[in-house]
Design a protein around this ligand. Structure first.
Ligand code: CA
Length: 221
């Protein structure tokens, strides 16, 4: 599965393909809308990074054509003043956009976030003490109660349980549970930890705060 870069500026396309490859995302570039559609028809794409200003056709038509075939993640690249174009692209099925010029790190962050949303982890069952959760199910079994968790509370709990007995840094929680590449500078993590703890009250699954490091889930007897 590769990332398809559709970008007519050959130099930029080359930099993106190289950079993505180095970050563990094998990528290929095409330079026209026609080639993008031809490559898209062959399949094997994990996501598309699409410049909207292509020489042979409007990138919006590429979005529409790709969307007719699949729900593949599409990240569009647009010019700074092209607000209308961005809105149109999002309305027609693009997942996110980046304004040129952008830092490669930002593209990477957006791509990772888009892929995380598009590729939910495989369904798995976790059991710690008397707490059991199944990936993708809002209800968590806590002792003999079935407790409903919000999507963020669930994501947080699942992350900590996947890494049981390990101190999970706050930055990992923000990124892996909430999708923030950068710290938004709020008490989001603390608030959700408090909610999750309340819902786990009385169970054998405990979440500890390791001050200055992060949080650790462990089973207590
Ligand atoms: Ca262009």
């Amino acid at each position: 599965m590769i990332i398809l870069v559709v970008e007519d500026e050959a130099r930029l396309a080359e930099v993106l393909v190289k950079g993505l490859g180095e970050e563990g995302f094998p990528a290929e570039a095409v330079h026209t809308a026609a080639d993008a559609l031809a490559r898209g028809a062959r399949g094997g794409l994990r996501a598309v990074v699409l410049d909207l200003g292509l020489p042979d056709d409007d990138g919006q038509n590429v979005i529409a054509a790709l969307r007719r075939r699949s729900d593949i993640p599409i990240l569009v690249l647009t010019a700074r003043d092209a607000v209308e174009q961005r809105v149109h692209a999002l309305d027609h099925g693009a997942d996110d956009y980046l304004v040129k010029p952008f830092a490669f790190e930002e593209l990477l962050a957006r791509l990772r976030a888009t892929l995380r949303r598009a590729e939910p982890p495989a369904r798995r069952r976790f059991r710690v003490g008397d707490v059991e959760l199944v990936t993708g199910e809002p209800a968590v079994q806590v002792g003999d109660r079935s407790v409903t968790f919000s999507p963020r509370e669930r994501a947080l709990l699942e992350l900590l349980v996947r890494r049981l007995d390990e101190v999970v840094p706050r930055a990992d929680i923000l990124r892996d549970a909430f999708g923030y590449e950068l710290d938004p500078g709020t008490n989001l993590v603390e608030v959700h930890i408090a909610h999750v703890r309340r819902k786990l009250a009385g169970s054998r699954l405990q979440i500890e705060n390791i001050r200055g490091y992060g949080y650790r889930a462990r089973e207590v007897t």
